[in-house]
Design a protein around this ligand. Structure first.
Ligand code: UDP
Ligand code: MG
Length: 338
């Protein structure tokens, strides 16, 4: 019933005026910003809907800030959120979400890898009543190792987090205002947007697109940051690793207990095992190996516990996940806190 109501509203909206907010996180993107702005305006400006471009300057150290300031002065559709330092891609997206005013909100990369024309396809689905329209990458133009890592991660994430997160979908998406409100009102600090977007539910659909290569500049996501993103995804969305550790501990304990019983029985009856008797002195290698293996497993378990405790600590401290230093837009609206 809810969906039916949405469909009618959207069909009305299709011919009606509404505001589309496009969130563009930027970290040292001076080489590509002008092209990105031009493409977004070219494709999404001058339509029957209004356009708001929200550039989030995530502590850039190049001339990104100056370029954005100029854009904001020249074009009232541009809103610039300047963070107080580099907080990372996910917090930058969150800052954009917290300051978006549109009825539909799109999130794209600053490097034109997510083609703005696909946003028009996403809007079509939004008119059809879908609240979340995410981009699905048709094929990745990346190295085979990176592709294998992505494929492995998305499958692991779906299994471990028990949410129906689509495979091969990044942050490129379009969400309805109602979904934006839910996400903005979540109290948690550790944010993994594509996970939260799958978690909120509502009616969701994917739009397949070809991801272009970066228009200019270099990637701001080295492998180490990708690993951190993957760890955030898994540890923020699931306690499954703790359960795996528990099952592992339990299995080892049961096996150890059975071995103990076996050793005692073999000892009492002085029966040979694999041709040797327990009364012979032996077993240095096996003891050493057992200790090393068990020691390793214990350290892994402590590490997993540490991950969760660290995250609990971050959440309990309650620090904001980004700090807005300045907001500039046509209407000079005040910055919104996370
Ligand atoms: N980005 C950001 N803060 C960061 C790293 C990246 O705002 O600390 C932005 C970056 O400017 C780009 C988007 O996040 O708009 C995705 O980064 P990038 O294109 O470098 O990642 P890739 O597409 O190579 O995975
Ligand atoms: Mg990119």
């Amino acid at each position: 019933m809810n969906e039916a109501r949405n469909v009618t509203t959207r069909q009305f909206r299709r011919h009606d005026a509404f505001l589309l907010s496009v969130i563009i996180p930027c970290f040292n993107e001076e080489e590509v910003l002008a092209a990105t702005y031009a493409r977004v305006v070219d494709v999404l400006g001058g339509q029957h809907f209004g356009l708001q471009m929200i550039f989030v300057n995530d502590g850039s150290s190049d001339s990104t800030g100056d370029i954005l300031a100029r854009m904001a002065t020249e074009d009232p559709r541009v809103k610039v959120i300047t963070l107080s330092r580099n907080f990372g891609h996910q917090p930058a997206v969150s800052a954009g979400l917290a300051n978006a005013d549109g009825a539909a909100i799109a999130i794209i990369d600053a490097d034109l890898q997510d083609p703005p024309r696909v946003v028009l396809d996403m809007l079509e689905q939004w008119y059809n009543g879908f609240d979340v329209v995410y981009g699905v990458r048709a094929k990745r133009k990346e190295s085979i190792i990176k592709r294998a890592c992505y494929a492995g991660f998305y499958r692991l994430f779906r299994w471990i987090a028990s949410i129906d997160a689509p495979l091969n979908a990044g942050d490129f998406s379009l969400i309805d205002k109602s979904v934006l409100d839910v996400i903005n009102n979540l109290p948690e600090k550790g944010r993994f947007f594509r996970g939260l977007r799958a978690w909120v539910g509502y009616s969701q659909i994917g739009v397949v697109y070809e991801r272009d290569p970066r228009a200019a500049g270099v990637t701001k996501y080295p492998f180490s940051k990708l690993l951190k993103l993957a760890a955030d995804g898994i540890f923020n969305f699931s306690t499954m690793p703790l359960r795996i550790v528990f099952v592992l501990g339990l299995s080892i304990s049961v096996l150890s207990f059975l071995s103990l019983v076996m050793v005692i029985v073999f000892n009492i009856f002085d029966v040979p095992l694999l041709g040797r008797r327990f009364s012979d002195v032996q077993g240095f290698t096996s003891i050493l190996l057992t200790m090393l293996v068990l020691g390793g497993i214990q350290l892994i378990c402590i590490g997993i516990l540490g991950e969760y405790i660290g995250r609990i600590y971050q959440e309990v401290k309650g620090r904001p996940y980004f700090v807005v230093k300045d907001v500039r837009d046509g209407e000079q609206s005040p910055p919104r806190a996370p």
